[in-house]
Design a protein around this ligand. Structure first.
Ligand SMILES: Cc1ncc(COP(=O)(O)O)c(C=O)c1O
Length: 423
């Protein structure tokens, strides 16, 4: 049957679809796999137990239960949750949000799809706009989220060498050009895949550029502050009407509840809610209703700061220690300074095989990672930059022993790949 260009966009064997398919098949195969590939948060019992208690309360209260399953929310999202969140964020950061500044979506992935298409594409004056990603590598889930062609363009970073096995990407402001074709800037902070935290200074400069051009600065806080707060280096979260801040309940431990939160100027929230009504009719209210008491009491923030962050931070330190021991000085390697999120981003300079081949070899040994070349949305394939073929992303959210074993196998394979080139 003949379908449209819109259909081609989603059926293309590109990016996220192929990758998710491959990871899914590997997990469903006969061989036991160490899953260090996806972005699934760990199953953290203290959080799960706390939410189980809230769910039991909802189930035992006939009125609350009837509201939980029986009503469509308004397209902007569950009003009680939004009200509570406005208060919590204003109290925490001294912002002056009102209920007109927040909309809920079915996961933040859905919010990005809507936002990117609101700000990239053809304007009513006929101009063509793009989303500029000022620092690639960037989240691969953005890649196919534009309905039109060329939704994104992205910029190579500056590389700061911190010591013999650590580095950090920085926005290359000398190369950053925000011209009339840019409809919005977008960064994930902390960054998926690198665990980078754009510094306050970088964010201030991006914010100033956004203000000068009167375009939004979209900050993807899926791993950020104030929840789930997977932030291991202090930063200053910002919001004003130039910023569209996207948050999510997923990485706190509720990816199945599909709750995304967008904080923006009222005009953007109105348009986003209208788009949401057309796409979804209403946003699911399970996540918002389950979490509302924890938002009202502020427990959402203390849970993130006192439970979730230390848990991930300890996992990060264990993983880094294992990696330092396993790789030592046995081959050239760098780790991006792990400042947040749940990933290690490894760079193997002059790796004799591509990162995709390394991914395949690791998969054959029962370890799933993600080849780094997927994480350059908006960068043309022909852009000559070998670095893109030299990195992998490793998730450390799962069981520590499995992660350690996986990292040891990665080290063996990489050392062997370099040795193979020499012999
Ligand atoms: C950086 C980033 N942003 C957004 C999302 C989307 O998350 P969700 O739709 O579950 O809120 C993810 C998921 O992995 C992510 O890594």
């Amino acid at each position: 049957m003949k379908m449209t260009r819109f259909a081609d966009k989603f059926s293309d064997q590109a990016g996220i679809n192929t990758l998710m398919d491959d990871l899914g098949k590997a997990m469903a195969g006969d061989q036991p796999m160490i899953m260090m590939g996806g972005g699934n948060p760990g199953h953290f019992s203290p959080v799960q137990e706390r939410l189980r208690q809230e769910l039991l309360k909802l189930a035992e209260d006939p009125q609350a239960f009837s509201r939980l399953i029986g009503n469509y929310d308004a397209p902007q999202g569950e009003a009680g949750f939004i009200r509570a969140l406005v208060e919590l964020l204003n109290d925490t950061y001294g912002w002056s949000l009102t209920e007109k500044n927040i909309a809920l979506t079915n996961g933040s992935q859905a919010a990005f799809f809507m936002l990117f298409n609101l700000f990239a594409g053809q304007t009513s004056e006929g101009e063509q706009r793009q989303i500029l990603l000022p620092l690639a590598p960037e989240y691969l889930g953005y890649a196919d989220a534009g309905v039109g062609p060329d939704t994104f363009r992205s910029l190579k970073p500056k590389i700061d060498y911190l010591d013999e096995h650590r580095f950090k990407y920085r926005v290359d402001f000398d190369q950053l050009e925000v011209d009339e074709s840019v409809g919005a800037l977008c960064v994930s902070r902390p960054t998926n895949p690198t665990g980078n935290l754009l510094t306050d200074e970088e964010i201030d400069r991006l914010h100033a550029l956004a203000k000068e051009k009167d375009i939004p600065l979209i900050i993807d806080g899926a791993y950020g502050s104030p929840f789930p707060e997977l932030v291991y280096t202090p930063i200053n979260p910002i919001w004003d009407e130039q910023v569209i801040l996207c948050l999510s309940l997923s990485k706190l431990g509720l990816p199945a509840a599909r709750t995304g939160i967008v904080i923006a100027a009222p005009e953007i929230i109105r348009t986003l809610s209208g788009t949401n009504a057309i796409l979804n009719l209403a946003t699911g209210s399970f996540g918002p209703q389950l979490m509302e008491p924890l938002v009202r009491s502020g427990e959402l923030i203390s849970m993130s700061r006192d439970l979730v962050r230390p848990w991930y931070e300890a996992k990060m330190h264990k993983a880094v220690e294992t990696l330092d021991t396993a790789l030592g000085d046995r081959c050239p390697w760098y780790l991006h300074q792990p400042e947040g999120a749940m990933f290690l981003w490894l760079w193997f300079p002059d790796l004799p095989i591509s990162s995709q081949t390394l991914y395949e070899r690791l998969k054959a040994r029962g370890v799933l990672v993600v080849s780094g070349h997927h994480f350059f949305p908006g960068m043309p394939e022909e852009e000559p930059w070998q670095h893109r073929q030299e990195c992998i992303r490793v998730t450390y959210s799962q069981d520590d022993e499995q992660v350690a074993r996986g990292l040891e196998i990665i080290a063996e394979e990489v050392v062997q790949a370099y040795a193979g080139a020499v012999s």
